[in-house]
Design a binder for this molecule. Structure first.
Ligand code: ADP
Ligand code: MG
Length: 349
C-alpha cells in the first residue's frame, strides 16, 4: 500500500497500533498536541516535538533565519499551550546543508530564543548533523501542567460550544502573498495591507497565556491548536471526543486585513480560514454553563458553533444552508496525490 493512500494521520494510527507497550503513567500518549506524563500525584510533564523541513515547511526565498528560529519555537510552544501547560525546557536538533553559514545558524538561534525567552523556556540539549539536502529542524519542548487542569483533544460533549482565539486564515493568506510576490504577481496587493498577514505567517505568536488561563479556569472540555487548519483541527477534536460539530460560516473570525485583501487572492477569505494552516490559534469547546467563566477571563475569543451527537461535521452557510465540512487542512502524504493539498487550500465544501 502506498503511504499516500493512508495519509499522514492514517500512517500515525498504524504506528500507534504497532507500539508494543502502554504505560499507565502516560496519561496522554500518541494522538494529541503533546504527551502528558504523570510525574507525581498532581504534576504532569508535557512533551511535544515538531519537525520543520526546508521546501516543505519553509522556503528561504520567503523567510529569514531569525524568523525561522522564532517560528520553530512558536509551533512547539503552541502545542504546550493547547494542553493548558507552561513551557519550561527545550531541545533543538538541526541538520545543516552546505548552503548555510555560521552567521545564519546564529541568527536562527537569536530568533528562537527571542520567543523562548518571553516564556522563560530554557534550551537544555539537542543534536547537530550535516544534511545532504535541505535544512532540517526538530524541536522538542517540555512543559508542565497541574493534572486537574490538563486539557486534551478528547472531552468535547454534545451541547458544548465551539470557540477560537484570534482570527483565522491570515497565515495561509500571508504565504500566498509571499508566493505571488516571488513570482512577480503581487502588484495588486499593497505592502502595508499585506504586512499583518505576512507577519502572522513568518512570526506567529503562540497563545500560551490564553491556553493556560483557559485551562486554569477549567471552563473548557477539549482544546487543540490550529496548526493544520480549522476544518482539520476541529475534525481531530471530534474524532478524539467521539462527537460531531456544526460551525457557522458567518461567525468565523476573519481579520480586517484578510477581508480587505481577499479580492486579490485566489480563494474567498473563508477558505483560508477553514483550510489554511499555521494560524496557531486555539480551538476549544466549552459547556454552556461555563461560558460566563470563559467571558470573565477577557481573552479575545469567538463562538463559532456547537458540538453535536454523531460524527458529522457541518458548516452552516450565511444563507442557512448546511453543508458537510470536509477536513481540508494540510496532510503531508495526501499532498503527493493532490496538488491542491500542497496549496494548503482545497475548497473545504
Ligand atoms: P501537531 O500538529 O499538534 O504537532 P501531529 O498531527 O504532528 O500533532 O501529531 C499527532 C500525534 O501523533 C501526536 O501525538 C504526535 O506525537 C504523534 N506522532 C506523529 N508522528 C509520530 C511518530 N512517527 N511516532 C509516534 N508518534 C507520532
Ligand atoms: Mg498541535
Amino acid at each position: 500500500m502506498r503511504i499516500s493512500d493512508l495519509g499522514e494521520f492514517g500512517l500515525i494510527r498504524n504506528i500507534q497500533r504497532l507500539s508494543l507497550r502502554k504505560s499507565s503513567s502516560a496519561l496522554i500518549g500518541i494522538g494529541d498536541d503533546a504527551a502528558a506524563l504523570k510525574v507525581s500525584s498532581s504534576k504532569t510533564l508535557l512533551v511535544t516535538t515538531d519537525m520543520l523541513l526546508e521546501k516543505i515547511h519553509f522556503d528561504f526565498s520567503f523567510t529569514d533565519f531569525h524568523s525561522l528560529g522564532w517560528k520553530s519555537a512558536a509551533a512547539n510552544l503552541s502545542d504546550i499551550a493547547a494542553m493548558g501547560g507552561v513551557p519550561r525546557y527545550c531541545l533543538t536538533s538541526i541538520g545543516i546543508p552546505d548552503h548555510v553559514s555560521v552567521e545564519q545558524i546564529r541568527d536562527f538561534y537569536r530568533g528562537f530564543h527571542s520567543l523562548m525567552k518571553t516564556h522563560k523556556t530554557v534550551l537544555v540539549g539537542g543534536d547537530t548533523c550535516h544534511s545532504a539536502k535541505g535544512m532540517v529542524i526538530s524541536i522538542t519542548v517540555l512543559g508542565e501542567v497541574d493534572k486537574r487542569n490538563l486539557l486534551s483533544r478528547a472531552g468535547a460533549k454534545p451541547g458544548d460550544r465551539v470557540f477560537v482565539t484570534g482570527t483565522l486564515g491570515d497565515s495561509a493568506a500571508g504565504l500566498e502573498i509571499l508566493k505571488k510576490r516571488a513570482k512577480g504577481q503581487g502588484g495588486m496587493i499593497k505592502g502595508a495591507e499585506a504586512r499583518p498577514l505576512i507577519a502572522k505567517h513568518i512570526r506567529p505568536v503562540p497563545r500560551v497565556a490564553a491556553g493556560r488561563a483557559i485551562a486554569r479556569s477549567r471552563c473548557a472540555s477539549a482544546m487543540i491548536d490550529i496548526s493544520d487548519g480549522l476544518s482539520s483541527d476541529l475534525a481531530h477534536i471530534c474524532e478524539q471526543s467521539g462527537v460531531g460539530a456544526e460551525i457557522h460560516s458567518d461567525r468565523i473570525p476573519i481579520s480586517p486585513a484578510l477581508m480587505k485583501l481577499s479580492a486579490g487572492l485566489t480563494m474567498p477569505a473563508l477558505c483560508y480560514a477553514l483550510s489554511g494552516g499555521e494560524d496557531y490559534e486555539l480551538l476549544f469547546t466549552v459547556p454552556p454553563r461555563k461560558i460566563k467563566m470563559l467571558q470573565s477571563l477577557r481573552i479575545p475569543v469567538t463562538e463559532i458553533g456547537s458540538v453535536k451527537r454523531g460524527k458529522a461535521l457541518t458548516l452552516v452557510e450565511d444563507t442557512g444552508i448546511k453543508k458537510t465540512l470536509q477536513a481540508t487542512g494540510y496532510d503531508h502524504f495526501r499532498r503527493m496525490e493532490s496538488p491542491q493539498n500542497a496549496q494548503r487550500g482545497r475548497l473545504p465544501l
